[in-house]
Design a protein around this ligand. Structure first.
Ligand code: 13P
Ligand code: SF4
Length: 322
């Protein structure tokens, strides 16, 4: 057994019912399984809670479990660990990174912040704990608008790392936040031409768009919002058809919640794929989840000094989101 590749590389015993074993281990070890909406369907189905980045942080913060298994990507595991330094936090495949978080290295971000004194620093949750340590308030796509609205109108703000979400908030609030030039490779991939073609074929369909998408895609949206906001919009809408411009994992919960409605994934620009997946999010499988519970590995580790700084803007976000 080794964890060199970021996950426990051990054979799963032949003939076991892996789902049953995951549930047994979870109970035995007082663990809680959290999953993001972009996870594989079978991971979403076995999780105790599924949610967007904000909900997962809130659940982690209030959890009584001894072990938090975060089926998501590294930054989600780090956020949970910073909130629960006394608990074991596991991401079943620690190689699950994030192109958006990677677009903002902590040392460069620190230089950027130092070069612009007098600014309040807002960071999207899709960042490393080291970036959060240079941040005043963390936000997610669920609460970014609300949190920015709480700050005085003349407050000078740095917003990083997602330029598309930053531009969207600037547009919505009339602010002129200074933006870090980062992006998510999945959300930037959506093709406006292909979405417009789908709209021609399905004129009644509502277009649901995540704010990490480019501006031209946001412009054709009936709803721009976080994964949870898009899900809620679909549930509450009278409409029966939706074109969904975010990672296609969310369709699993949309279809579950609205079995009478049709969800069409928006296609990316490249190739012939009809939907757009985050390969990092799809790294977690039932086998990796099972082995992570069995061996209590791989553990998320955050330097205690960094954690002591990163906790402040995360807690501020949780307070301001109440
Ligand atoms: P939300 O679930 O907060 O909308 O975040 C989307 C995302 O990109 C997570 O990686
Ligand atoms: Fe990161 Fe984009 Fe994947 Fe979300 S979808 S984890 S922002 S790379």
């Amino acid at each position: 057994m080794n964890v060199d590749n970021g996950y426990v590389d051990a054979p799963v015993e032949a003939g076991i019912d892996i789902k049953k074993e995951i549930l047994r281990l979870k109970q035995e070890k007082n663990a809680v399984i959290l999953a993001h909406f972009y996870q594989r369907p079978e991971i979403q189905d076995i999780a105790d809670f599924i949610g967007d980045s904000l909900a997962l942080a809130q659940i982690a913060a209030n959890s009584n479990a001894d072990i938090i298994v975060m089926c998501g990507v590294q930054f989600m595991g780090e956020t949970a660990k910073v909130l629960c330094m006394d608990k074991k936090v596991i991401v079943p495949d620690m190689s699950a990174g994030c192109s958006l978080a990677d677009s903002c290295p902590a040392d460069e971000f620190e230089k950027f912040v130092n070069a612009h004194p007098g600014h309040t620093v807002i960071s999207y949750v899709n960042t490393s704990a080291a970036v959060k340590a240079h941040t005043d308030i963390v936000v997610t796509s669920s609460n970014a608008r609300k949190i920015v609205d709480c700050l005085p109108a003349d407050e000078k703000i740095i917003f990083g790392p997602d330029r598309n979400l930053g531009n969207y908030i600037n547009m919505q609030t009339g602010r002129n936040m200074l933006l870090w030039d980062g992006a998510c490779h999945v959300h930037e991939q959506f093709s406006i031409e292909k979405i417009l073609k789908l709209k021609e074929q399905h004129p009644e369909a509502k277009v649901l768009v995540h704010p990490e998408c480019r501006k031209q895609v946001q412009m054709v949206a009936d709803k721009v919002g976080s994964t949870k906001a898009l899900l809620d919009y679909a549930v509450n809408s009278e409409c029966k058809e939706f074109i969904v411009a975010t990672e296609s994992g969310i369709l699993h919960e949309m279809v579950k919640k609205c079995p009478d409605k049709t969800f069409i994934p928006a296609p990316p620009e490249d190739g012939t794929c009809s939907c757009n997946e985050c390969s990092y999010m799809k790294l977690i499988t039932l086998e990796k989840l099972y082995n992570s519970l069995r061996y209590e590995l791989p553990l998320v580790e955050v330097d205690p000094e960094i954690a002591a700084k990163a906790i402040k803007p995360i807690k501020r976000m949780l307070e301001m989101s109440k």
